[in-house]
Design a protein around this ligand. Structure first.
Ligand SMILES: [Cu+2]
Length: 263
């Protein structure tokens, strides 16, 4: 809608690069419109009340007050509008991003990535050709195995660990990230994707998005996680399908010690 585009420009919305992000932006605008109506409406009512009940016109206080029901109706209307926004829009939108049961199924071939946050960097692990991750268990933890991967699990053989702070996804393909942390609470935030999800040690939290625009975007940490919090930045590259496949092949070869780095 043209009005919405104008409001987005007026409110300096950041560039948008994900499928569900449009709904999120629209939702923010609905809330602002409702708040705008409330602001103007209640302020007008306030001014009216000051004028209507001014002292010169009401020298003697009335102990019964106004008997009408206008403000009750207005309150109920506002509550209904808020319930519609919450139940009709906010909850379904939230579910789309974080409810694993509503994620795209296997047949849509989502790309699944494990994201591990740490002070102060992002680690990305890809399942490789077989699409399955190797088992993880704390008992496998060692200085050279920080993510506690079972190296004897056949599924772990072709898993790919991307260089630190580098995440690469193909455009227009569903991506499911499983988020966890090595140390403290972090928060995975990519503004152009309209994705923000807390990352908590001991939990594996899923989140879903589909990038719709190729480009390089910044991944930031949105929880104050320590004195290096502000430097906790990652790069997200959204590539065409062909470029992504090339990168995947390249990084797989690199893991075997032959190819050059992506950047
Ligand atoms: Cu952090």
């Amino acid at each position: 809608m043209e009005l919405f585009d104008k409001i987005k420009t007026l409110m300096s919305f950041p560039p948008l690069a994900s499928e569900h992000g449009k709904q999120m932006d629209d939702f923010i605008i609905y809330i602002h419109l409702l708040m705008g109506v409330l602001f103007v409406g209640w302020f007008a009512y306030f001014l009216y009340a000051i004028f209507r009940f001014r002292k010169s016109n009401n020298p003697k206080a009335s102990y019964t007050g106004v008997q009408g029901h206008f403000s009750t109706y207005a309150e109920v209307a506002v509550a209904i509008a808020e319930v519609i926004l919450l139940v009709g829009l906010a909850i379904p939108l939230w579910a789309k991003v974080v409810d694993a049961e509503k994620f795209p199924s296997e047949k849509d071939k989502p790309l699944v990535i494990r994201v591990t946050a740490q002070q102060f960097a992002w680690n990305f692990r890809y399942p490789g050709k077989d699409g399955a991750f190797g088992k993880q268990d704390m008992k496998f933890f060692a200085p050279d195995n920080r993510f506690a991967i079972d190296k004897n699990d056949p599924n772990s053989k072709d898993d790919i660990e991307a260089p630190t702070n580098l995440m690469v996804v193909p455009v227009n393909r569903d991506v499911i990230v499983h988020l966890s942390a090595l140390d403290v609470i972090h928060c995975f935030k990519v503004v152009p994707l309209r994705v923000t999800q807390d990352v908590i040690p001991g939990l594996m939290i899923p989140s879903h998005f589909k990038a719709t625009k190729e480009g390089k975007y910044m991944i930031t940490c949105a929880q104050l996680c320590g004195n290096g919090h502000a430097t906790m930045r990652g790069n997200l590259y959204v590539l065409s399908k062909a470029d992504y496949e090339k990168w995947e092949a390249d990084i797989t070869a690199k893991a075997k010690g032959t190819a050059t780095s992506f950047e």
